[in-house]
Design a protein around this ligand. Structure first.
Ligand code: NAD
Length: 357
């Protein structure tokens, strides 16, 4: 069966980086027998401009009918002062909840050719390849009750609730173990089970799920230690699975180990394996329209889409190998250039990847 994907370029550099990702998909379709039907839609500021909404209904309908969605980025100064509910970023939240995307997968990969872009010493990060699996729709960001109130002695008080039920934990743990199976078979579950009951349950349920995956080895770690270990010796990790808030913090920490925001893809998946794939960076209005943006995070998001939603593993491998080769040949967009390097444009980078496929 031919898979269906929806492409949402969005705003700022979104259309530029998406154009290069589509070139790569087209090359796989024409030269390597990938079967794929591609449709397009509006989101973010572009959605507001064409339909008055950051997530037009038509876009959500098309997304629901697709196997996967590929997104550029949303947002920009043009829409910063409009009513809050219409801001471009709301479109992103709406599509995530509209598709029920509960698992966020964020790799942090340091291509050996770029090891000196990190703020850590090259020998600590060269060859780093971690996958953080973050629970995305539960935990303290969504728990009730929440709010602001006055205490009996009239002090202002803010409060939130950290709550997870066993079904939510089982679901994200299952996803993480499946991911670990496709990688090195090693997983570290991060919690604060010594202090927080919600994550004491997290540890219990993850351990139960592990019984179904005898081929995957499980380790537990407290979040404070995990933060320290990620900076001390990040290569000890392969897959990390954790709660919404811990994952939010640790995935940003891990992405900065790589030193290059323009290189990192991400995936958000739902229970049926349908996913939204996007670079972790934003719409970079400061360089939009200048043919300077690094399209590799988006091209690597295509590889994740092929691997996790379309089960086209060999095509995913082909893209990742092409990226490695192009970097090893010294080709760099300005964001990953060292002084003295000659930078290439967004389109030249896309063309180089297509040639290397
Ligand atoms: P940003 O990620 O857009 O940019 C931060 C810095 O990184 C900028 O200097 C930018 O030029 C650079 N950069 C980002 N991506 C790059 C790439 N591919 N190649 C080269 N350089 C790149 O973050 P920001 O400046 O905080 O936000 C800009 C807009 O993007 C805002 O409207 C924000 O709300 C939005 N945003 C959207 C998303 C998303 O769509 N998922 C994520 C974050 C921010």
């Amino acid at each position: 069966m031919t898979a269906k994907i929806l492409v949402l370029p969005g705003d700022g550099i979104g259309p530029e980086i998406i154009a290069e990702a589509e070139k790569v998909l087209q090359a796989l379709i024409t030269d390597h027998e990938l079967k794929l039907q591609i449709d397009h839609g509006a989101i973010g500021g572009h959605g507001v401009d064409v339909s008055g909404k950051p997530l037009p209904e038509e876009t959500l309908e098309k997304a629901r009918a697709s196997d996967a969605v590929l997104l550029g980025a949303v947002g920009g100064p043009k829409w910063e002062t409009i009513e809050r509910s219409l801001r471009p970023e709301r479109g992103l939240l709406a599509i995530r909840s509209g598709l029920g995307l509960y698992a966020n997968l964020r790799p942090a990969i340091v291509h050996s050719a770029l090891a000196d872009a990190s703020t850590l010493r090259p020998e600590i990060v060269a060859g780093l390849d971690i996958m953080i699996v973050r629970e995305l729709t539960g935990g303290i960001y969504f728990g009730e009750p929440r709010g602001m109130r006055r205490t009996s002695d009239n002090l202002r008080e803010g409060f939130n609730t950290l709550v997870y039920n066993e079904a939510e934990i089982r679901r994200i743990a299952g996803m993480a173990f499946e991911v670990a199976r496709k990688r090195s078979g090693k997983i570290c579950s991060v919690d604060k089970a010594n202090v927080l009951e919600a994550t004491e349950l997290w540890r219990e349920v993850v351990t139960e799920v592990a019984a179904d995956y005898p081929d995957v080895s499980l380790q537990h770690m407290y979040v404070d230690n995990a933060a320290m270990q990620l900076v001390r010796d990040p290569k000890q990790f392969d897959v990390i699975v954790t709660t919404n808030m811990f994952g939010d913090i640790l995935s940003d920490l891990a992405s900065m180990l790589t030193g290059s925001i323009g290189m990192l893809p991400s995936a958000s998946l739902n229970q049926t394996g349908q996913g939204l794939y996007e670079p972790i960076h934003g719409s970079a209005p400061d360089i939009a329209g200048q043919n300077k943006a690094n399209p590799l995070a988006t091209i690597l998001s295509v590889a994740m889409m092929l691997r996790y939603s379309l089960n086209e593993i060999s095509h995913a491998n082909r893209i990742e190998a092409a990226v490695k080769k192009v970097l090893a040949n010294g080709l760099r967009t300005p964001d990953i250039c060292r002084s003295g390097d000659q930078a290439i444009s967004t389109t030249d980078m896309g063309n180089a990847i297509v040639a290397a496929l």
